[in-house]
Design a protein around this ligand. Structure first.
Ligand SMILES: NC(=O)c1ccc[n+]([C@@H]2O[C@H](COP(=O)([O-])OP(=O)(O)OC[C@H]3O[C@@H](n4cnc5c(N)ncnc54)[C@H](O)[C@@H]3O)[C@@H](O)[C@H]2O)c1
Length: 424
């Protein structure tokens, strides 16, 4: 099938590459010309295990193309995935300017029946807005072309995105159009070989399913962080508690590791957007408020421990930071706990040497220039380089190479053998 994927970020590029891997002809579109130029040369804008190989292979085989021109991509295709960002607005609502911008452009150039599929995480009612915008543009052109808007939220996890897309737990298809349903089901058929994974429902139900899933996962994290804080005050080892409760199949082992708060481009913004949706509907989401509050406080826990040990004035103190990405397996630092911690350390006068197995380029690009210029932070070449002469190591992201480090080598490098462990 001929597919266009609009937005070539974590979701768009992975979806496009995986659909191409299944034999489809895919065109990935992005406004960011540097991204597109890089992709044409095989340079990926993001780190994601297994992605580079399938992008290069499918590009070489002619099944995966890249362009910054949506009208050009539209010439060959009648299936459009919208996978652009939906960042939080000032009031916590999902900012739909990119999604609706794509809808406008689609309406301006549509020439035949099309299925427009929202893969971005969007509030309930967005498909109706997309439909209205496309129809408005068609009206301006005096054209009467049929189209359907489907909700197909994405559940991939950064760090395992290709694996998740290839073997999804479920594929949610939100539509009341029989014609669109058949097309989208056919598209996902190769991902359903071992058993049926598609769940078809109403458009609004599908939109809400994505928010409910992310809010549930964020709730598990905040709940476990709350337990960890309580355990610490009561002389209880939360790791034993984790194993004790995880063995209950109703609870399960996933997502119950305590840590220094959830980050990334999804959980924080999606919990905020759901709270905003609730308020718009005159409903006070008490649980979601608590989830956010616990997470906000959790992001200070490591810093509070450092202050409890060294006092509030950290001038002359230096810290090694292990892990900058918001979780292992990705180079994404959006809303990462590491950034909040580093800002607090710098404000208190400390300096840092930081290391991450994948996020060094992101750190160079996204951390404030003043931190580098003022020698507040230096990026290390290797995990052990981040330890030379430091007063303590702060472990923020639980990458595998940090699990069994060489403690005796570390002791020799550090001023004192002190570790603040944000991941237990
Ligand atoms: N990252 C994840 O793990 C994940 C998982 C599931 C769902 N989602 C959702 O998927 C959506 C995309 O997330 P992401 O992390 O891939 O975002 P991203 O920021 O990595 O990528 C978005 C891309 O869209 C491009 N873009 C913006 N406007 C455009 C336009 N008009 N035309 C063409 N390209 C345009 C941007 O240049 C950017 O490259 C969001 O709604 C997000 O909540 C993300």
């Amino acid at each position: 099938m001929q597919i266009t994927v609009i937005g070539t970020g974590y979701v768009g590029l992975v979806s496009g590459a995986c659909f191409a891997e299944m034999g489809n002809a895919v065109t990935c579109v992005d406004l960011d010309t540097a991204k597109i130029d890089g992709l044409k040369k095989g340079v990926l804008p993001i780190y994601e295990p297994g992605l580079e190989a399938i992008v290069r292979e499918n590009h070489a085989a002619g099944r995966l193309r890249f362009t910054h021109s949506l009208p050009e991509a539209m010439r060959d295709s009648g299936i459009f995935f919208i996978a652009v960002g939906t960042p939080p607005g000032e009031d916590g609502s999902a900012d739909l300017q990119h999604v609706l911008g794509v809808a406008r452009e689609l309406g301006q150039h549509l020439e035949r029946y099309a299925v427009i599929i929202d893969k971005s995480t969007v509030p309930v009612g967005t498909a109706e807005k997309v439909k209205a915008v496309v129809a408005e543009q068609l009206g301006k052109r005096g054209r009467n072309i049929e189209f359907d808007v489907v909700s197909n939220p994405e559940f991939l996890k950064e760090g395992a995105a290709v694996e998740d897309f290839m073997r999804p737990d479920r594929v949610i298809i939100g539509t009341d159009s029989h014609r669109a349903r058949e097309i989208v089901e056919e598209l996902y058929a190769p991902f359903n070989r071992s058993h049926q994974r598609t769940v078809v429902m109403g458009v609004r139900d599908a939109e809400m399913t994505k928010y409910a899933a992310n809010a549930m996962l964020a709730t598990k994290i905040s709940f476990m962080n709350e337990m960890a804080n309580l355990c610490e005050r009561m002389g209880v080892d939360v790791e034993n508690v984790r194993q004790g409760i995880g063995s209950d199949s109703r609870i399960g082992y996933s997502f119950i590791y305590p840590g220094c708060g959830y980050g990334g481009s999804c959980f924080p913004k999606d919990v905020k957007a759901l709270i905003h949706m609730a308020r718009q509907n005159d409903f006070e989401p008490a649980v979601l408020h608590a989830v956010e509050l616990r997470n906000e406080r959790q992001k200070s826990v490591l810093f509070d421990k450092i202050v409890a040990r060294f006092g509030g004035d950290l001038n002359g103190r230096s810290f090694g930071i292990w892990g900058l990405a918001f979780k292992p397996g990705t180079d994404d630092m959006r809303e990462a706990s590491s950034v909040i911690l580093m800002r607090k350390l710098i404000d208190a006068g400390a300096t840092m040497i930081a290391y991450d197995p994948a996020a060094m380029d992101t750190a160079r690009r996204e951390l404030p220039r003043a931190w580098f210029a003022g020698n507040r932070i230096r990026l290390a070449e290797h995990q052990y380089d981040a330890l030379s002469g430091v007063d303590a190591l702060v472990l923020v992201t639980e990458w595998k190479p940090f699990r069994h480090p060489d403690f005796s080598a570390m002791k020799k490098l550090m001023k004192a053998p002190l570790i603040f462990d944000g991941r237990n």
